[in-house]
Design a protein around this ligand. Structure first.
Ligand code: ADP
Length: 191
């Protein structure tokens, strides 16, 4: 199964991605996690993207596409995957299409977690207190929502036009939302 999960920062993509990965037996691949791991380990890539993440901006398509391409060539991704946080721009949609074509694979579904923006900002402020992510200050949170609306929300139209988009109500408890996800994935081929 090859899936994408879309939704604004704070929508709970990472949480649902982990549950989907476990339940469908596919790796959840989060570009945000990959970048944060590289920052933590002080790699060359980490050094390049550190300031970008801290500001809430997007890492360049060139860097991001190369990372996802490498990751999708790893063995565990051969039988399926869930992408969380990628694609985020129209250029990344094209790059992903090209990567999938190299593997002779196609996407089965794109999940969009829909949430109320005010609720999401509150969630992120709370997460800032508990996790201390430095991309979680209020200004950065608002900037990230604006960038999402401008750059990433339009991707839903692209995938809707391909008949792949499945909207999922992202408000509610983790288990309630996962229930909605599971219903949205009913009938999607588990290839
Ligand atoms: P969240 O889950 O809060 O939406 P992520 O963990 O997915 O955030 O991403 C954190 C940061 O990593 C983003 O704000 C951005 O700087 C960078 N990033 C992640 N994925 C991408 C991408 N596909 N393109 C560009 N930048 C990205």
């Amino acid at each position: 199964m090859r899936l994408i999960i879309l939704g604004p920062p704070g929508a709970g993509k990472g949480t649902q991605a982990a549950k989907i990965a476990e339940s469908y037996g596919i790796p959840a691949i989060s570009t945000g996690d990959i970048f944060r791991a590289n920052i933590k380990n002080e790699t060359e890539l980490g050094r390049q993207v550190k300031d970008i993440l801290a500001s809430g901006g997007y890492v360049t398509d060139e860097i991001t596409n190369a990372i996802v391409r490498d990751r999708l060539f790893e063995d565990d991704a051969e039988r399926g995957f869930l992408l969380d946080g990628y694609p985020r721009t129209a250029a990344q949609v094209d790059a992903l299409d090209a990567i999938l074509a190299e593997h002779d694979h196609k996407l089965e579904a794109v999940l969009e977690l829909t949430v109320d923006e005010d609720a999401v900002v509150q969630r992120l402020l709370k997460r800032a207190e508990t996790e201390g992510r430095d991309d979680d200050t209020e200004d950065v949170i608002r900037e990230r929502q604006a960038i999402y609306r401008r750059e990433t929300a339009p991707l839903t139209e692209i995938y809707a036009a391909r008949g792949l988009l499945r909207r999922v109500d992202g408000m509610g408890t983790v288990d309630e939302v996962f229930g909605h996800v599971a219903s949205a994935l009913e009938g999607v081929a588990r290839t």
